[in-house]
Structures are given as structure tokens and as C-alpha cells.
Design a protein around this ligand. Structure first.
Ligand SMILES: Nc1ncnc2c1ncn2[C@@H]1O[C@H](COP(=O)(O)OP(=O)(O)OP(=O)(O)O)[C@@H](O)[C@H]1O
Ligand SMILES: [Mg+2]
Length: 287
């Protein structure tokens, strides 16, 4: 690092440094988590895939909403960004019924206060994408909340703005992904507010870690779908009968290689940029 950076936090996947009062450096590692457990084995270049995809989408969606990206470093995994006041909610949008959305629907017929038609099956496409915010849990799992609970946290006009922008982004990206054979079932976005009060898209965006990507040619509602990127890892972990608590298992070479290939394939299909070209010059994703 060419300038002084103070380490401020470690996430499951990212290391966060402060460059100065206005800027952060987000460094995305190759760590992989499954069932919320970070595994002891890394997936080479996974952090570069996540960083490159986020930067690609930030560049592509600037006309929908401003974002935090300032610069992409030559290592392909470090992003300089504007340091924002983050909204205390996760902005989730769902076009399909999976994960906690499916669980909530089975229990109550609703997801975050959206009443859904009866008789939907797991992984069904929803009549319309829905905004389903969640709390940002400091520990444990995020909790789905309804409109009133989210408004109590961010205020009504900010809520309405975040909902509108999140739905606009989802419609735009999910159409582009569909054209490349990938279903964007749902995704989580994080927004911050800048010093002028403007809403700014932050964190990572439309990556395999923040989204459910499904291969469209294998889509079959009525059960869980294979994950585009993590399926080999999940299948391998399940085959061991592992209890899904720390410590996670080491991954064998063929699972690592297969998973790396899927991450790279997601990058190349979504961006239409060869991954080697990204490695040679990350700024290629900025268009
Ligand atoms: N522009 C920004 N300004 C301020 N904070 C940001 C910005 N972009 C992202 N963040 C914050 O940086 C952190 C990113 O780290 P990371 O994704 O590794 O951790 P996490 O999401 O908190 O936890 P985990 O991913 O381990 O569940 C998040 O807390 C996110 O809200
Ligand atoms: Mg995160």
C-alpha cells in the first residue's frame, strides 16, 4: 500500500482500512463461507471476482444511483471508496421465493409484510419483485423486517427512496443476467448517505456473495436450486455430514478448482470480459 492505511475492521470476507476521513480501502480476500461458516481453505481469485463484478455494476448503474467507488487498485481486489454514513438496514430485493423469504412465506403467507398469492412453491418466481429489508445483525443472522420497522430505523422518505432505487437496480441487473442465462433470484444492497444527504450505493453489489445466482437452464421450481458458484462446496460439505458449525472442513483440490472456475464463469458471463484481461488491467471493468 503506497499510503498509510489504518485497519478498522475485519468482516467474514473483507478487510477494511481507513485511508483518511473521507476514504476507505476495502480489500476482498479469497475466503469463502458456507452456511455462515468461513472455511479454512481459500478459493484463489474469488476476491478479485467479487471486486471486479461490483466495480463493473457500479460503472453500469451510475445513471440509476451514485455509488461509493473512487478507484480500483492494480491488485484487482482493493477498492478505494467514499466513507459514508451507512443506513442501518440491508436492502434486499426478491424476484423469486428462496431462503428466509421462502421460510417466512411458509410460516405466514407473507414476506416482510408483503402478502403473496397462496400456493407458491419453493423457488417460484414472484408476480413482481418485492423489497424485503432486514436488520444488520452485529452477530448472528439478519432479521427480516416490515416497512414500519424499517421506517422506524431510517425514516419514511429515505425508506421510500431506498425501496425505489433497489427495485430499479434489480430490474436492470436481473434483465441483463437473464440475457446471459443467469437468474438473479434475490440480492442484498447496502446504501450510505454522503455529506450532502444524497443516497449512495456502497459495499459490494450484485456479486455471488450478496446475491442468489441460479443457472437458468437448470431452473426447476418446487425445491431449492443449485447455486451457480457455491454448489460444489455445499455438496462436498453435506457429503461429510458436517454439523455446519465452526470449524468448517478443508476443501480438496478438485472442489477448490471447480468452485474457482464457477466464480470466473459468473464474472465472464455477466461482464462479457475475459477474466485474464481483468487480471492484467482491473480498470477494464469501468468501461
Ligand atoms: N462506502 C462505505 N462507507 C462506510 N462503510 C462501508 C462502505 N461500504 C461498505 N461498508 C461497510 O463495510 C463492511 C464490509 O465488510 P464485510 O462485507 O467484510 O463485512 P460485513 O458485511 O459486516 O460482515 P460479513 O460480510 O462478514 O457478514 C460492512 O460493514 C459495510 O456496511
Ligand atoms: Mg458484507
Amino acid at each position: 500500500m503506497s499510503e498509510t492505511a489504518t485497519h478498522v475492521a475485519s468482516g467474514k470476507v473483507r478487510e477494511i482500512y481507513a485511508l483518511d476521513d473521507e476514504r476507505l480501502l476495502l480489500v476482498t480476500s479469497d475466503r469463502i463461507s458456507t452456511f455462515d461458516v468461513v472455511l479454512p481453505t481459500e478459493i484463489p481469485d474469488k476476491g478479485r471476482v467479487l471486486t471486479g463484478l461490483s466495480a463493473f455494476w457500479f460503472a453500469q448503474t451510475q445513471s440509476i444511483v451514485p455509488n461509493h467507488l473512487l478507484a480500483l487498485r492494480a491488485d484487482g481486489r482493493s477498492t478505494e471508496c467514499r466513507r459514508l454514513e451507512m443506513l442501518p438496514i440491508e436492502c434486499v430485493v426478491r424476484g423469486y421465493l428462496a431462503g428466509s423469504g421462502w421460510k417466512d412465506y411458509v410460516a405466514s403467507g407473507e414476506v416482510c409484510g408483503h402478502r403473496l398469492p397462496a400456493g407458491l412453491v419453493e423457488s417460484d418466481r414472484l408476480p413482481e419483485p418485492i423489497f424485503t429489508p432486514a436488520t444488520k445483525a452485529q452477530t448472528g443472522h439478519d432479521e427480516n423486517i416490515d416497512r414500519a420497522a424499517a421506517i422506524a430505523l431510517v425514516g419514511e422518505s429515505r425508506y421510500d427512496e431506498a425501496e425505489r432505487v433497489t427495485l430499479d437496480l434489480y430490474r436492470y441487473i436481473s434483465e441483463r443476467a437473464a440475457a446471459r442465462g443467469i437468474i438473479l433470484a434475490d440480492t442484498k444492497l447496502e446504501f450510505g448517505v454522503d455529506e450532502t444527504g444524497k443516497l449512495v450505493l456502497a459495499d459490494e453489489a450484485f456479486t455471488p456473495d450478496s446475491s442468489r445466482f441460479w443457472p437458468a437452464d437448470e431452473y426447476k421450481p418446487g425445491g431449492p436450486q443449485p447455486s451457480f458458484d457455491k454448489q460444489f462446496v455445499r455438496d462436498y460439505c453435506e457429503s461429510l455430514g458436517w454439523g455446519k458449525t465452526y470449524p468448517g472442513p478443508e476443501l480438496p483440490a478438485q472442489v477448490v478448482d471447480g468452485t474457482r472456475a464457477r466464480y470466473v464463469e459468473a464474472f465472464e458471463r455477466l461482464t462479457e470480459i475475459p477474466f485474464d484481461e481483468y487480471l492484467a488491467d482491473p480498470e477494464i471493468v469501468l468501461g
